[in-house]
Design a protein around this ligand. Structure first.
Ligand code: AMP
Length: 201
């Protein structure tokens, strides 16, 4: 299955991506994680991306698209993937459609995680991640950057919802609730049985 997970920062994409991808048996590919790994590894790609990320801006399409193309060409992504955080602009979505089309493929579904803005700000400002045994706040989760990232989302990424809706590929998922509840809604939208639920026989 080829799936895209769409949704604003703080909607729980990363968490859901891991669980859903595992259930589908496909790799979860997070462009944010790939960029962060490159920043910590001080690679050339990381150097290029860092300033944009710190400011809460999008890394330019040409850099991001080339990186995703390389990742999707790896053997584990040949028969399916779950993309988390890509595409984030209409241009990226068009490029993705084109590269999949060249291989005779297309996306099976786009899941949009829907959370209201008040809840997003609350979640993001309280969010911490574990790095080297310590719980730290991501630089781009600081309140001023959070507001800017949400604005970038509204302006550049939200139009993807209409783009995929008119292609008949979009399912909107209420992403408020327990992680398992949200996962169950997503699995239903994918038409996939939910092996996480206890069996009745
Ligand atoms: P995320 O972890 O998905 O919130 O991504 C963190 C940051 O990485 C974003 O704020 C952007 O600076 C950058 N980034 C991740 N995915 C993309 C993308 N598809 N296009 C452009 N920039 C991206």
């Amino acid at each position: 299955m080829r799936v895209v997970l769409l949704g604003p920062p703080g909607a729980g994409k990363g968490t859901q991506a891991q669980v859903i991808a595992q259930r589908l048996g496909v790799p979860a590919i997070s462009t944010g994680d790939i960029f962060r790994a490159n920043v910590s590894g001080q690679t050339e790609l990381g150097e290029k991306a860092k300033a944009y990320m710190d400011a809460g801006d999008l890394v330019p399409d040409e850099i991001t698209v080339a990186m995703v193309k390389d990742r999707l060409a790896e053997p584990d992504a040949k028969s399916g993937f779950l993309l988390d955080g890509f595409p984030r602009t209409i241009a990226q979505a068009e490029q993705l459609r084109e590269s999949l089309g060249e291989l005779g493929h297309s996306l099976d579904r786009v899941l949009e995680l829907v959370v209201d803005e008040e809840e997003l700000v609350r979640r993001l400002s309280g969010r911490r991640m574990l790095v080297d045994g310590e719980m730290i706040q991501r630089d781009d989760d600081k309140p001023e950057t959070v507001r800017h990232r949400l604005q970038v989302y509204r302006e550049q990424t939200e139009p993807l919802s209409g783009f995929y809706e008119s292609a008949g590929q979009l399912s909107r998922i209420d992403a408020i609730g327990e992680v398992e509840e949200v996962t169950a809604r997503a699995m239903t939208a994918l038409g996939a049985d939910d092996p996480g639920q206890p069996s009745t026989d």
